[in-house]
Structures are given as structure tokens and as C-alpha cells.
Design a binder for this molecule. Structure first.
Ligand SMILES: Nc1ncnc2c1ncn2[C@@H]1O[C@H](COP(=O)(O)OP(=O)(O)O)[C@@H](O)[C@H]1O
Ligand SMILES: [Mg+2]
Length: 284
């Protein structure tokens, strides 16, 4: 291992994950630099950092941080391109589909009028999502056209233009849970079920979804690795739906994955795995 590997942990809102990563890196003997991206200016000269672990919650802050580090000759994990392609659901499905993975039937309307046509293509019941978002926010279940009218009306009121874009998918009748896997390098290191909370149809941990360990079979491993590879992901999580006929559909890839739920469910030391990977890959 290079003696003086300096690892940056770049964040905007420090969460438990960033603290655990910093601790694991320090335990491994790495020099850790904590960077609050909201409190510093980025130049393009090379900083004294070898690897930047990009952990910003804001998708564009994460993409920009990774890109600025890459421009200055610093390896970003994940890369700006991975964060961008996994952070925007339209870009994600583009990569996943091109890689031959199975996805829920999807149609995109780039504005409100087109969204009605997208819904017609998909049919009801459906799920409407803004292309950029997380924690299940603004992910709406459409049972009928009245639901959709309301969603379109609300999204029209939001300022940012991507909020007027509708990413619409067929509603998958999940068995009360979905599956999340975490990939580090070329290994699937953990998997969990996320059970729906009693008061929501979505399974996000942020909305009260309950983590439980999941068995990683060969098919799940293969799908997870292919999905990660499709976006060039080094440390990513992959969300998978099980269908009633027993097949797996990839829902999304997260390029700045949270993992405290996974740690709770599986007891896998994920920060240690990430830090070991960073050290291992820096040696190559
Ligand atoms: N097509 C779908 N069918 C059924 N449930 C869905 C579908 N899409 C999303 N969900 C539910 O909503 C949750 C949030 O949607 P997701 O696409 O993962 O957005 P986010 O990026 O906000 O997590 C998922 O974890 C899942 O529980
Ligand atoms: Mg999700």
C-alpha cells in the first residue's frame, strides 16, 4: 500500500456513513481529509489528495465535486460519469437497457403534455417519478387519471425544469419488499430486503422501510454486477424488484449509496470494505 495515501471524504450533509468511512480509513492508517463542499472553493490545481470519496447528498454537488477532482488529476469514487448516470433515472435506464438488463416498462414525458402520452403508453396503475430525486420523494403511485392530473399540476408549480419531466413506469406488484444490493469493486458485498412500512407503499429506509438480510443467489449477484458495470460504478447500490412470475427487474442504481440500513440488516462492515477497495485499487 502506498504509505501516504491521502483520502478525501467530500460531503455536503455529513451522515453516519461519512463518519464511518472516515473512521475506517483512519483505522487502516490512511490520511483522511474531510471536505465540506459547501464551505470551500475548488481550484483546478492538483490538491494533495490521492482519492476522493464523493459523498454529497445533492446530486449535482456530487457530480461537480467528482468532475472537479478528476479535472485536477484526483481519482474520484465514484466517477462523475457514474454519479451522473445513476443520479438521473432517465440516464440510468438508458445504460441499463443498453446493457440488456430487465426493467419495469418505462416511458418518459419531457413536459406535461408528453407525460400524458407517456402514461398512455405505460397504462394504469403506474408510478411517476421526477428523473432526479431520492428517498422516495415525489415518487407517486397513480391509481387513476385523477391522481395523475394532480401530480402534473403539482410538478408544474415546481421551479426547476427537470421537475416537469415525468419518468413513468408500470406499477410492479412487489411482495411487500424490494431488494438492495451493494457492490464494491467487482464484489457484491451485502444484500437486504427493504420491507414496506405500514404507512407507505414505498420501501425506502428514509420513509420507514424495514431492513432485513436477503439471500444473495447467483442471479442477483450477476444482475447487480451487470447493473453496476452499466454505469461504471465502483461503489454503488442496486435496487431490484421481484415480480410475481419470479423474475428480477432492476429499479435503479445509486452512485452515492447510503448503507446504514444494510449494515443493520447484515452486520457487514461496509466502510471497511470500501476503504480496503480504495487501497487495493490505488495499488494497481
Ligand atoms: N415501478 C414501481 N413499482 C412498484 N413500486 C415502485 C416502483 N418504482 C418505485 N417503487 C417504490 O418506490 C420506491 C422509491 O422509488 P425509486 O425509484 O427507488 O426512487 P428514489 O430514487 O426516490 O428511491 C422504491 O424503493 C419502491 O419501493
Ligand atoms: Mg430508490
Amino acid at each position: 500500500m502506498p504509505k501516504n495515501l491521502i483520502v478525501e471524504i467530500a460531503f455536503d450533509m455529513p451522515r453516519l456513513e461519512e463518519k464511518m468511512l472516515a473512521k475506517a480509513a483512519a483505522v487502516k492508517g490512511l490520511e483522511v481529509k474531510l471536505t465540506n463542499v459547501r464551505q470551500q472553493a475548488f481550484g483546478l490545481e492538483k490538491p494533495s489528495i490521492d482519492v476522493s470519496l464523493v459523498r454529497c447528498v445533492s446530486m449535482y454537488s456530487a457530480v461537480h465535486t467528482a468532475a472537479l477532482r478528476e479535472g485536477a488529476g484526483v481519482r474520484a469514487v465514484n466517477s462523475s460519469s457514474t454519479i451522473l448516470y445513476s443520479g438521473d433515472k432517465i440516464l440510468t435506464v438508458s445504460r441499463l437497457k443498453a446493457a440488456g438488463l430487465l426493467l419495469p416498462r418505462t416511458a418518459v414525458g419531457l413536459d406535461s403534455d408528453a407525460a400524458w402520452k407517456a402514461l398512455e403508453k405505460v397504462g394504469l396503475p403506474a408510478v411517476d417519478k421526477p428523473p432526479i430525486g431520492s428517498w422516495g420523494r415525489l415518487v407517486a403511485l397513480l391509481k387513476d387519471l385523477e391522481d395523475f392530473k394532480l401530480v402534473v399540476e403539482h410538478r408544474e408549480m415546481l421551479a426547476s425544469s427537470h421537475m416537469k419531466t415525468h419518468f413513468i413506469q408500470e406499477y410492479i406488484d412487489l411482495p411487500n419488499r424490494d431488494i438492495r444490493t451493494l457492490i464494491v469493486g467487482d464484489e457484491v458485498v451485502a444484500a437486504m430486503y427493504r420491507y414496506r412500512p405500514s404507512n407507505d407503499w414505498r420501501t425506502n429506509i428514509a420513509l420507514g422501510g424495514e431492513p432485513a438480510p436477503a439471500f444473495l443467489n447467483d442471479e442477483l449477484i450477476e444482475i447487480s454486477l451487470r447493473a453496476a458495470k452499466a454505469v461504471g460504478g465502483e461503489v454503488v447500490s442496486v435496487d431490484v424488484f421481484e415480480t410475481v412470475d419470479g423474475s428480477y427487474l432492476v429499479n435503479e442504481v445509486n452512485g452515492v449509496p447510503e448503507f446504514k440500513g444494510l449494515m443493520k440488516a447484515t452486520s457487514v462492515d461496509i466502510p471497511e470494505k470500501v476503504v480496503n477497495y480504495v487501497v487495493r485499487s490505488a495499488r494497481c
